[in-house]
Design a protein. Structure first.
Length: 159
């Protein structure tokens, strides 16, 4: 997470996420350390979601190889083909992937349009609805004025 650079791993309790997102409004966001941790965990593919290129620029200093392959995805871009579920002649699992959101100010109406039909995204949105008590997908379709409400935009950007 941004202020601790401790990753959330599969099976971790999601309850502290909201308080961690609130903390990033008043504490230093530690993106560089977060990215270094992700790289040390074996993450090799990075996508920055949103209209800016802040994280990609930071990646140039952190890991030049990851910088070259890091992609930026903006609203309205044609969706790229999903990575394979199994790779190689032995059908091994692909390497892990990490999605990065630059945070407040990067939210755009329709920001989930390109990914909303992916089964893993649908599962995540359903879990988020249960945890948060509101529909992240519907929120992401809102206009910028609504998207600027931090109590919803920060958890939505995390999801």
């Amino acid at each position: 997470m941004n202020v601790t650079p401790e990753p959330l791993r599969p099976g971790d309790d999601p309850t502290p996420v909201v308080s961690l997102l609130v903390r990033q409004l008043t504490e230093t966001v530690r993106w560089e350390k977060s990215l270094e941790e992700a790289i040390s965990d074996g993450i090799t593919d990075f996508w920055e979601l949103g209209p800016s290129r802040q994280l990609k620029a930071m990646m140039k200093r952190i890991d030049p190889i990851a910088f070259k392959t890091m992609q930026n995805i903006e609203i309205g871009e044609k969706a790229k083909m999903l990575p394979p579920r199994k790779v190689g002649p032995k059908g091994e699992l692909p390497l892990p992937i990490l999605l990065l959101f630059p945070g407040q100010g990067s939210q755009v109406s329709g920001m989930l349009d390109a990914a909303k039909d992916m089964p893993a995204v649908q599962d995540l949105l359903e879990k988020a609805k249960t945890i948060l008590g509101w529909d992240v997908l519907e929120f992401c379709k809102s206009d910028f004025k609504v998207l600027s409400h931090l109590t919803q935009s920060m958890p939505a950007m995390f999801v």
